[in-house]
Design a protein around this ligand. Structure first.
Ligand SMILES: NC(=O)C1=CN([C@@H]2O[C@H](COP(=O)(O)OP(=O)(O)OC[C@H]3O[C@@H](n4cnc5c(N)ncnc54)[C@H](OP(=O)(O)O)[C@@H]3O)[C@@H](O)[C@H]2O)C=CC1
Ligand SMILES: CC(=O)N[C@@H](CCC(=O)OP(=O)(O)O)C(=O)O
Length: 308
């Protein structure tokens, strides 16, 4: 029998892309609310309680409300795409490659990684755990996102203001992803985070520059690359590239992708490196990650419905 799935926030940017990935899958039956019902608390509660799986594609506050609405004995298993529960005790972090095998499969409450933390944690966590990079270093993160990363409101802004060429933000040095980045990568200090948006619908480049020579306990770039390649060797979504491309580009009009591509770029003398992650904010950064977790929780092929 098919698993029932309710996407709360199904008409939003992340919700629509999850629906696209589930379309035509016989293992899942989608519960859909009409336009008149989709923000009605009673209709949402009924759908949340009925569903085998609820995927929350909502602003944080609405995601908290949704979790509180679910009857304790309903048995609904929840995947939350928002940042409401990413460091909340009792929630499993929905990053299969980082939490390891068998964890998400059994979980009842899964909080998916944020789009920027996905790249940062994919790059850093394995290297910090392997003691090839120090925990006790003030890491910096430079990142570029397509404008769909800001959901419907940022999409509307980019469509309305046709002249936005480059936008850097979080200029107060605060951002909702910082706690998650620090906690899930295992580093001691809050990173200095410089996010930005370019006028492409989707795509991300997340980079961690490393002044290796000044870090004392950091391994050489070749060793970092070899460890990441070993760590992700069995992953069908994550590729650790050898060598250095001449450039990495976020393209306007790129197709959806659920891949995660990683590079360790090193200077010839090994004293400096750039860790770089490239992916789709709506793929491994959100909707693809949610479907990957759903697949694991439902016991189907982990990558079914994903664009690899
Ligand atoms: N976009 C991205 O790349 C990523 C997004 N996320 C997270 O996923 C979540 C959803 O983001 P995104 O899809 O981009 O956002 P959108 O703004 O595009 O979509 C949010 C949807 O939620 C609906 N909604 C808002 N409040 C309620 C409510 N009380 N009850 C029911 N529905 C409600 C909105 O309705 P309406 O259509 O009427 O506005 C909208 O359809 C957010 O928490 C975001 O931070 C995480 C990683 C990446
Ligand atoms: C471009 C843009 O605005 N991005 C969003 C983050 C999008 C995302 O990852 O959502 P979560 O916060 O749920 O993780 C921001 O910086 O607030």
């Amino acid at each position: 029998m098919a698993h029932t799935v309710f996407i709360d926030g199904a008409e939003g940017t992340t919700g629509i892309e999850i629906r696209d990935r589930l379309q035509g899958r016989a293992e899942f039956e989608l519960i859909a609310l009409s336009d008149a019902e989709r923000k009605d608390p009673a209709c949402r509660k009924a759908a949340l309680d009925f569903a085998d799986f609820a995927i929350l594609c909502l602003p944080d506050e609405a995601a908290r409300e949704a979790v509180a609405m679910v009857a304790p004995d309903a048995g609904t298993r929840i995947i939350d795409a928002s940042s409401a529960h990413r460091t909340t005790p009792g929630w499993i972090y929905g990053f299969p490659e980082i939490v390891g095998p068998g964890v998400i499969e059994r979980a009842t409450r899964v909080s998916n990684p944020g789009c920027y933390p996905t790249g940062f944690i994919a790059l850093l966590a394995p290297l910090v755990r392997a003691r090839l990079l120090p925990r006790d270093w003030p890491y910096t993160v430079n990142a570029v996102s397509g404008f769909s990363g800001g959901g419907k409101s940022l999409i509307a802004r980019y469509e309305d203001e046709g002249d936005l060429a480059f936008r850097t933000y979080a200029l107060s040095l605060d951002h909702k992803h910082l706690a998650e980045m620090q906690a899930k990568s295992g580093v001691n200090h809050t990173p200095v985070f410089a996010p930005s948006v370019v006028p492409a619908f989707r795509g991300m480049l997340v980079e961690v520059p490393l002044p290796i020579a000044a870090m004392r306990t950091a391994a050489a770039p070749d060793r970092l690359r070899a460890e990441l390649a070993r760590y992700y060797a069995n992953s069908r979504l994550v590729t650790v590239h050898q060598g250095a491309p001449s450039e990495l580009v976020v393209r306007n009009g790129a197709d959806p992708s659920d891949r995660l591509d990683l590079w360790v770029l090193g200077s010839a003398d090994g004293t400096r490196a750039r860790l770089v992650a490239m992916y789709d904010n709506l793929g491994k950064g959100a909707s693809g990650a949610a479907v990957q977790c759903l697949n694991l929780m439902a016991g189907t092929d982990e990558l079914a419905g994903l664009r690899v």
